[in-house]
Design a protein around this ligand. Structure first.
Ligand code: FMN
Length: 254
């Protein structure tokens, strides 16, 4: 049986993002999945990594987040809220993230969830990352919304290429070993239309919700983002001259 974790990063469950996450939940339940949910704002998840999460005498005067995470993981003393999320991630065969684009990136609460939950020593280490990540064979999907329209968010659009805006989040999960499905994006989501344009938008959003059953049923066959393999890089971590770059963030030429 498949276990699906749904992570929602939006302050209001009545929003389109909230409704879309709910449609994913219903779709997964209809497929017979075990469904786990993390509604980050509703949970009051604290997205700020800091020393007070680790109530111990620090040997170093300066808080070192990586060391604090590693020591706490070794001693089974990670913060309780982080442990709960780690447990869900470990149980999940697949993870679906729902969020709007805020300032050309996912909302800060999701970045903070990455910062705290994807703890060094618990979910990754120097030996277990990228192709050797603990989450190999598991898949994530981003279901994201933009206020801007589709052409504005295209590769040559004024608002920046949405695929590139999502790359840091995708690469974060790739670092842990996850495969990342091609994101599902709904553009032009905002409350500023009136009359016929508002009705058209509502109709378009309703059809996205209706289509979620099918999207989740076809999840396993969904195309994946391509990432360079570990063997594409030399011992200094530089892309080998004879290997193609599979990301605009890793360039062949300066
Ligand atoms: C703080 C903030 C920043 C935003 N930044 C962007 C942005 O960079 N690009 C964009 O297309 N839309 C941006 N938007 C619009 C949101 O993406 C849009 O409100 C959201 O996708 C609508 O989904 P919802 O109805 O579920 O909230 C921003 C909205 C807020 C509140």
């Amino acid at each position: 049986m498949t276990t699906t974790l749904i992570v929602l990063a939006h302050p209001d469950p009545r929003s389109f993002n909230g409704a879309w996450a709910n449609a994913t939940k219903s779709a997964c339940e209809a497929l017979g999945d075990t469904v786990l949910c993390s509604d980050l704002v509703a949970m009051g998840f604290d997205p700020v990594e800091r020393a007070s999460h680790y109530p111990r005498e620090q040997a170093d005067p300066c808080f070192d987040a990586l060391k604090a995470q590693e020591e706490a993981a070794d001693q089974h003393r990670l913060p309780a809220d982080v442990n709960l999320e780690i447990e869900k991630l470990r149980r999940a065969d697949r993870v679906v993230f729902h969020f709007p684009i805020w300032w050309f990136a996912p909302p800060a609460i999701l970045k903070g969830w990455f910062d705290r939950v994807l703890a060094h020593g618990a979910l990754h280490s120097v030996e277990h990352r990228f192709d050797a990540g603990h989450f190999r064979g598991r898949k994530v999907l981003f279901c994201a919304t933009t206020g801007s329209g589709e052409t504005e968010s295209a590769f040559n659009g004024k608002e920046g290429d949405i695929q590139m805006l999502l790359w840091p989040a995708a690469y974060t999960l790739r670092y842990l070993g996850f495969s990342v499905a091609v994101p599902e994006i709904v553009h032009g989501v905002h409350g500023y239309h009136r009359g016929a344009r508002q009705e058209a938008l509502q109709g378009r959003l309703a059809s996205v919700l209706d289509a979620q059953d099918r999207l989740m049923a076809e999840f396993e066959s969904r195309a994946l983002l391509q990432f360079n393999a570990d063997t594409d890089f030399d011992e200094d971590g530089r892309l080998k001259a004879d290997r193609p770059s599979l990301s605009h963030f890793i360039r062949k030429d300066p």
